[in-house]
Design a protein around this ligand. Structure first.
Ligand code: GLY
Length: 406
């Protein structure tokens, strides 16, 4: 780490200490601030994005090719929970009711998707929104909505395969891939809501399903070097693996950056809820693969695929970095091996001008330079609502993990 990064890391910690103590002052002086903390900056930027979202009554997802805000689909959109989730983190940070009301308003827009059984991402959608809402307010109605969403997600579990099916294969681009029961590494992210539901309800069925899914994925998704395939397709009649491929990565045998991040985060969460050593070890192996990858630049922000063929002339994926750093902060707390220097490096890079937009720029999203899916020609070098969500989550976790006790 060079000197400027060390100074930045120290400043980041210092900013969090002073944030905690001076929150009220900071709010009163908001209009006068010249040097904002990363959370203060996010608060200002999302105040502007919220105004746009309120006018449109839509959930912002990214920027389209014409430079306008691209809103989530009217139907189910796997990213719809992230914007209300970010608003919940701002409520947690500021304790300002304005953010709670906004989070509630925007998550209500997709409440009826809790009954949706044609897609796996109910965990992303409902845990990031209603899950954070329940954590912060203990509103029982939010818990009931999560239970319904969890039960919908559980309908996609197949005991022969031992996994929750990610994508239906009878429509869309997925129908063109000859898959029968595709499971993507991203699906590990839907387990957190299931684990949490067992804690909230006392019913172990959610946790048992999450464990079966995690174990099957552990057996089949990883390579010798601890990188992961994106898609594993199963035969639903026998549970046998039919193929290992990619959908959003560079090649079947390459390491799609966000997929590595989902795996890291997913197994860290599995360890949080089970304390099973094999999940901790898997998360650590993935972390080692990512942190020591030879072609990742010194700022710690990976290319969109670790094995893309035109490195260094390939887009970075800031969303992968934001997910990774959020997971690493938690993993650092469970591990004898320290991940703190990787955390400081990635987080200080994300908070720098290179990746954080100036107030009012970037259509009011916080972070720049993410990638949705290059093989689909979609969302290349743009802001993404989930990059912002995991960045805010990481900032909050950082404050809790590394701030001095009061
Ligand atoms: N399926 C979620 C993602 O694009 O990462």
């Amino acid at each position: 780490m060079n000197l400027s990064k060390i100074i930045f890391a120290i400043a980041l910690v210092g900013m969090f200490y002073s944030c905690k103590e001076n929150k009220a002052t900071e709010k009163m002086d908001a209009g006068k601030r010249t040097a904002l903390t990363p959370m203060g900056h996010a608060e200002e930027q999302l105040t502007l994005l919220l105004k746009e979202a309120e006018k449109a009554n839509r959930i912002p997802r990214t920027i389209d090719v014409d430079g306008n805000v691209h809103w989530t689909k009217e139907g189910f959109d796997w990213t719809e929970g992230f914007f209300p989730g970010s608003l919940w983190y701002l409520f947690e940070y500021t304790e300002d009711e304005k953010w709670r009301l906004a989070a509630e308003r925007f998550q209500t827009l997709f409440e009826d998707h809790k009954n949706y059984t044609s897609y796996h991402d109910l965990g992303f959608v409902f845990n990031c929104s209603y899950g954070n809402g329940y954590r912060l307010t203990k509103n029982e109605a939010f818990k009931d909505i999560m239970i319904t969403a969890g039960d919908s997600l559980m309908t996609r579990f197949d005991p022969t395969v031992g996994c929750i099916k990610s994508w239906d294969v009878d429509k869309g681009w997925q129908s063109e891939r000859n898959w029968r029961f595709p499971v993507i590494i991203d699906n590990m992210m839907n387990l957190e809501m299931l684990f949490e539901l067992s804690e909230l309800t006392g019913n172990q069925k959610y946790k048992e399903t999450a464990i079966l899914h995690a174990n099957t994925t552990l057996r089949n998704h990883f390579r010798e070097d601890n990188s992961s395939y994106h898609v594993v397709d199963y035969d639903p009649n026998t549970g046998k693996v039919r193929s290992k491929q990619t959908a959003q990565g560079f090649a079947d045998e390459s390491s799609w950056a966000r997929g590595q991040a989902w795996g890291l985060y997913g197994y860290t969460v599995c360890y949080r809820y089970t304390k099973d050593q094999k999940y901790l070890e898997q998360a650590q192996k993935i972390a080692d693969y990512m942190i020591h990858f030879k072609d990742t630049p010194n700022d710690g922000i990976p290319y969109w695929d670790y094995n893309a063929d035109k490195i260094p002339n390939e887009p970075r994926d800031v969303s992968a970095a934001a997910i990774t750093v959020s997971a690493l902060i938690e993993l650092d707390g469970y591990s004898a091996v320290a991940y703190r220097s990787a955390v400081d490096k990635i987080l200080s890079s994300l908070a720098s001008d290179q990746y954080t937009a100036k107030i009012g720029e970037n259509k009011n999203f916080i972070l720049k330079h993410s990638v949705g899916s290059i093989p689909h020609g979609a969302e290349i070098d743009v802001p993404l609502n989930y990059a912002d969500y995991y960045y805010l989550e990481a900032l909050m976790k950082y404050q809790k993990a590394y701030s001095k006790p009061n």
